[in-house]
Design a protein around this ligand. Structure first.
Ligand code: AMP
Ligand code: GLY
Length: 430
């Protein structure tokens, strides 16, 4: 079959890499792709947020199946346009993508189905929001309602910081995303991510992960899109996963059906675990990046069968084949990220590296030019490895990273530290 993957980051490189290994995949196109993706697939330069451009491209190229990576095309209704055109597509409708595109929408749904989450209130006026903050006290969390490329959340330590965040959001720091602000109770605990496929009615768990959002070692410094991740996440025990499915994920999905917007695609539940109880932090309507890189490394070629079953409403018929393994990815970023950074430096040493089901360097922000690979973004490479234990996966990933010659880049040396027990062993869950 002819398959189109939409996106051009490390998540899409990992998705394309896994899909390509499945014998059902004949022709693989990725739009827009990057230098690493170009080595395994055709890259197409189309406007992936344009419903008509994507649908026309699929018709002209006899595309049988589309996998949408990022949230922007989902929120723009590209999955709806494809399904209207009779093209099989993995990813939720624009109406269902509101679970990521509007924080107030998600909180309403949680209230309607009694899913545990932080206490909250919504505001469209700064003075009312600030009065609420003063009444609640700090720490407290201020969020722009809409999509803000992962940056519209301020975890404020003081009332003054929270009020400043409210002013900034209403002053337009996040554009239309900040026209409404959600203020939430601060939840302490350990954060973890749970990924499930949903075909409208049935729900199939496909893995857990934890990422490291801060730029600095020891989880310090500014937030980023993610500096590394590992799977499984030992904190999400089998019992907790069952609790999250029964109390959070399934009730949410049933509420979406009740509202006439059944969910189809991957649902990424961001959770806070405290005292043996999980509460929802947020939903995303896509795979995490870099969490997808570790999930794809662990799932391999079966991913295509799972995504197809999801898109065709056949999840009840399939199961995940788990290996007893761990995967870890280390993000190599351009110096200066998540602040200002330069593009265009050359990355050497990629050619001779091993590339197999135990280790892969996925490309995020790269482009090819005259036989060279150049850095073309903030997060640039995802050095990913799989092994029987997390310690072995970590050793393998860092050994691979050391072979990459890119003086303009940097990476954290401590990815995975939170999953570590004093003995160096990690719990095996799943
Ligand atoms: P979000 O974009 O909603 O995932 O928020 C970004 C990050 O802010 C999350 O990954 C958490 O680390 C943190 N965060 C968001 N909401 C809360 C909350 N209610 N309590 C504590 N931390 C939060
Ligand atoms: N790594 C976090 C995210 O993809 O939202």
């Amino acid at each position: 079959m002819n398959i189109l993957v939409m996106g051009g980051g490390g998540r899409e490189h990992a998705l394309a890499w896994a899909i390509k290994q499945n014998p059902k995949c004949d022709r693989l196109i990725v739009a827009p792709g990057n230098a690493g993706i170009a080595q395994i697939a055709e890259c197409a330069d189309i406007d992936i947020n344009s419903r008509s451009a994507v649908a026309e491209f699929c018709e002209e190229n006899a595309v049988d199946f589309v996998v949408i990576g990022p949230e922007a095309p989902l929120a723009a209704g590209v999955a709806d346009a494809l399904r209207n055109a009779g093209i099989l597509c993995f990813g939720p409708s624009a109406a269902a993508a509101l679970l990521e595109a509007s924080k107030a929408f998600t909180k309403d749904i949680c209230d309607a189905c009694a899913a545990p989450t932080a206490a909250w209130a919504r505001f469209d006026q700064a003075n009312v929001a600030k009065a609420y903050i003063r009444a609640q006290g700090a720490p407290i969390v201020v969020k722009a309602d809409g999509l803000a490329a992962g940056k519209g959340v301020v975890v404020a330590e003081t009332v003054a910081d929270a009020c400043a965040a409210v002013d900034e959001m209403f002053a337009g720091a996040f554009g239309a995303a900040g026209a409404e602000v959600v203020i939430e109770e601060f939840m302490p605990g350990d954060e973890a991510s749970f990924f499930v496929l949903v075909d409208g009615t049935d729900v199939l768990p496909i893995g857990t992960a934890q990422d490291h959002k801060r730029v600095g070692e020891g989880d310090t410094g500014p937030n980023t899109g993610g500096m590394g991740a590992y799977s499984p996440a030992p904190v999400l025990t089998a019992a907790l996963q069952a609790q999250v499915l029964e109390r959070i994920v399934k009730p949410t999905m049933a509420e979406m059906v009740r509202r006439g917007s059944p969910y189809q695609g991957v649902l990424y539940a961001g959770l806070m675990i405290h005292d043996g109880q999980a509460r929802l932090v947020e939903y995303n309507v896509r795979f995490g990046d870099p969490e997808a890189q570790v999930l794809m490394m662990r799932l391999g070629a079966q991913v295509l069968d799972l995504l197809l079953a999801c898109a065709e409403g056949r999840l009840a018929e399939v199961a995940v084949n788990w290996a007893d393994d761990h995967a870890m990815t280390v993000v190599m970023a351009a110096r200066g990220y998540p602040g200002d950074y330069a593009k265009g430096s050359e990355i050497r040493g990629l050619d001779g590296l091993p590339a197999d089901s135990w280790q892969m360097v996925f490309h995020a922000g790269t482009r090819a030019q005259g036989g060279q690979v150049l850095a073309d973004g903030g997060r640039v490479l995802n050095v990913t490895a799989r092994a029987e234990t997390l310690d072995q996966a970590r050793a393998r990933a860092y050994a691979l990273a050391e072979r990459i010659d890119w003086p303009e880049g940097f990476y954290r040396r401590d990815i995975g530290w939170r999953a570590q027990s004093p003995s160096g062993d990690t719990a095996q869950e799943e």
